[in-house]
Design a protein around this ligand. Structure first.
Ligand code: 5GP
Length: 194
C-alpha cells in the first residue's frame, strides 16, 4: 500500500536492526485518515471472504481494526492484555510469548462475542515472530469460530512470523512488508517475495 509505505519512510524510525518505531501515526499518535485508507484496503481484500467479525489485540490493533469493521459492516472485538473487573464469565485465554520482551503475557476474550457461527478476520499492527497472531488464532479456535485470514499493517518480512502463519495455511495480507532495517534504513520487500 503506497500511502502507508510513504508514511513509514517519512515518519518511521528504525530504532535498531529489528525494531521499527511508528508512534507518529500508529502506536501512539494515530493518523485517522491513514487508518481509514487501511480499513478500506483490508475490506476490499477480504470482501469475498464472508467475514462476520474482526478480532484484534489491544491497543495498537484497535484503530486499523475499527476502520476495517466500519467499512465491512461487522463488529470488532479486541482481546485484552489485562484482566478486566467486569469481564469474568466465559473467558477464553491464551498466552503470547514476546521474543523482544522475553516474557509471556496472557490475553483474553469473552466467548459471548465470538462463537461457532463466526468467520473471523484477525487484524494487528505488526507481524514479527507471529506469536501475537498465533495467540489470537488460538482464542478464535477455542471460541469454535473459523479464521478467514490475518490482516497486518506492517510485516517485518525478515522475521519468522509471516512464514510460520503461511506454512500453517493461513491467508496473511500485509499492507507493508519490511525487508530490512539495517543501517537505520528502511527497505521494503515486494509482495512477490512472500
Ligand atoms: P510477534 O508476536 O509477531 O512477534 O509481535 C507482534 C507484536 O509485537 C505486535 O502486536 C506489536 O505490538 C509488537 N511489535 C513487534 N515488532 C515491532 C516493531 O518493530 N515495532 C513496533 N512498534 N511493535 C512491534
Amino acid at each position: 500500500m503506497e500511502l502507508l509505505q510513504k508514511k513509514i519512510v517519512e515518519e518511521g524510525i528504525a530504532l535498531s536492526e529489528t525494531v521499527l518505531k511508528v508512534d507518529r501515526f500508529l502506536n501512539h499518535q494515530i493518523d485517522p485518515q491513514l487508518m481509514s485508507e487501511i480499513g478500506k484496503e483490508f475490506a476490499t481484500r477480504y470482501q469475498d471472504e464472508k467475514v462476520t467479525k474482526i478480532v484484534t489485540l489491544e491497543s495498537s490493533g484497535i484503530a486499523p481494526a475499527v476502520m476495517t469493521g466500519l467499512v465491512m459492516g461487522v463488529p470488532v472485538v479486541f482481546a485484552r492484555k489485562k484482566k478486566s473487573l467486569t469481564l469474568t464469565e466465559g473467558l477464553i485465554t491464551s498466552s503470547v510469548y514476546s521474543y523482544t520482551k522475553q516474557e509471556t503475557t496472557d490475553i483474553s476474550m469473552s466467548n459471548k462475542f465470538v462463537d461457532q457461527t463466526d468467520r473471523v478476520l484477525v487484524i494487528d499492527d505488526f507481524l514479527a515472530n507471529g506469536q501475537a497472531a498465533l495467540a489470537l488464532i488460538d482464542l478464535i479456535d477455542k471460541a469454535g469460530a473459523e479464521v478467514a485470514g490475518i490482516g497486518i499493517v506492517i510485516e517485518k518480512a525478515f522475521q519468522d512470523g509471516g512464514m510460520l502463519l503461511r506454512e500453517k495455511g493461513y491467508r496473511v495480507d500485509s499492507l507493508a512488508r519490511i525487508a530490512s532495517l539495517n543501517n537505520q534504513t528502511i527497505q521494503f520487500a515486494t509482495e512477490e517475495e512472500t
